[in-house]
Design a binder for this molecule. Structure first.
Ligand code: GRF
Length: 209
């Protein structure tokens, strides 16, 4: 059984999609903890209702990023995870923290990386006149929203889209690709070499609209 720790900041809908798929599809894995840096993260309530242990490492209690990162790592390592999943986790993590989980930490970002790393991706895609948007699951590297790409989903940008409509359509695809990518990881179906991820069975790593 692979052990998964999920980090969230808020709503936690991606976390929920992973927890539910893990049970429904009988992955050889278990979500052993959900950790947030915000005590009021709504996703913590869902995790608790699923009897998943939760923890809060409140970033406001730490004077420096390094001190926060160290406390977070301690909370994570207490659960001895094989995989750390960032699911809407909105804190920037230091390089030492990221290296500690190198090759075993995934993130989802609501854009077709390497386009639009950082915040406000949907607004930036619309303002740039992009005809395509999407979401990316990737291994985490010290550079923000960067790192070997596991799986991407493409979503069209429609003429009357605003930020929230586009975000909603992208989020629906996030809930498809994130559980799939995590399942590939826990089933040992991902091969990472020189920054390129391949799916061992050749399953498509791109979902078209
Ligand atoms: C998602 O769009 C994720 O890609 C982004 O923040 C949002 C988090 O949503 N980083 P949720 O907390 O998983 O519902």
């Amino acid at each position: 059984m692979k052990r998964i720790v999920i980090l969230i900041s808020g709503r936690g809908s991606n976390m929920r999609s992973i927890v539910e798929a893990c049970t429904a599809e009988r992955w050889p894995a278990r979500v052993v903890a959900v950790i947030s840096h915000r005590p009021d993260a709504a996703g913590l309530t869902f995790a608790a209702s699923y009897s998943i242990p939760t923890a809060v490492v409140d970033h406001r209690a730490f004077a420096t990023r390094d001190a926060f990162d160290a406390a977070l790592a301690q909370a994570i390592d207490a659960h001895a995870p094989d995989l750390v999943v960032l699911a809407g986790f909105m804190r920037i993590l230091g390089a030492a923290f990221v290296r500690r989980y190198e090759g075993r930490m995934l993130n989802i970002h609501p854009s077709l990386l390497p386009a639009f790393p950082g915040l406000h991706t949907h607004r930036r895609a619309i303002d740039t006149g992009c005809k395509l948007a999407g979401a990316t699951v990737h291994f985490v590297t010290p550079e923000l929203d960067h790192g070997p790409i596991v799986l991407q989903a493409v979503v069209p940008v429609l003429p009357d889209d605003d930020e929230s409509r586009l975000a909603e359509r992208v989020l629906a695809r996030e809930h498809v690709i994130y559980p799939r990518a995590v399942r590939w990881f826990v089933e040992g179906r991902l091969h990472l070499e020189r920054g390129i991820v391949t799916q061992r069975e050749g399953e498509p790593q791109l979902l078209l609209p």
